[in-house]
Design a protein around this ligand. Structure first.
Ligand SMILES: Cc1cc2nc3c(=O)[nH]c(=O)nc-3n(C[C@H](O)[C@H](O)[C@H](O)COP(=O)(O)O)c2cc1C
Length: 163
């Protein structure tokens, strides 16, 4: 959609916001040991054998180049009590996003946030160009769920499953 299709672009955004999703933080460790990450709801499983997932990352995000360069990342599925973390990891500037959260390093060497509903540890398989985003297709090398209720995102608002 070009600038001439501004109205269609808004409609597309609005319609897609009616598709409820979970909310994740996709994070990697820079070579100097600095954790970097961003809030992502464009996350889905792709294949069971081999286990593959994808995340869609805005080309203008600082994380885009970092995830591509490091080539590994972890996806923490946030729990219902972590809406503030979802906002924090979406706000700019990105410095200090990890200051007020507790996290650990996965076996694959990526940051996993504590108290999430689940996580998957990933090694990047390939990056596929897709308009103003890129699809990061990744192999899953570890995964775990905590049993906590996940955070949902729907119509621009955070909530729980109500379960
Ligand atoms: C609920 C929610 C979902 C988001 N999902 C995505 C997403 O799927 N992909 C993406 O690139 N940005 C997504 N964002 C926006 C990024 O988190 C935001 O642009 C962030 O500041 C990028 O950080 P960076 O530039 O430090 O990488 C989402 C934001 C929110 C609040």
């Amino acid at each position: 959609m070009g600038a001439m299709d501004q109205k269609n672009s808004e409609l597309f955004r609005h319609v897609m916001s009616r598709f409820p999703t979970g909310v994740t933080v996709v994070a990697t460790l820079l070579p100097d040991g600095t954790p970097r990450g961003l809030t992502v709801n464009a996350f889905t499983s792709v294949s069971l054998d081999p286990p593959l997932v994808l995340v869609c990352i805005d080309k203008s995000a600082v994380s885009h180049g970092q995830l591509r360069e490091v080539g590994r990342f972890a996806v923490t599925v946030l729990s219902v009590d972590q809406a503030a973390i979802a906002r924090q990891f979406a706000s700019r500037p990105h410095d200090g996003r990890f200051d007020s959260v507790t996290w650990r390093t996965s076996e694959g060497g990526s940051p996993i946030l504590d108290e999430g509903a689940a996580w998957v540890d990933c090694v990047l398989d390939r990056v596929i160009e897709a308009g103003d985003h890129s699809i990061f297709l990744a192999r899953v090398i570890g995964a775990e769920s905590s049993g906590q209720e996940p955070l949902l995102f729907h119509a621009g608002a955070f909530g729980g499953t109500g379960a």
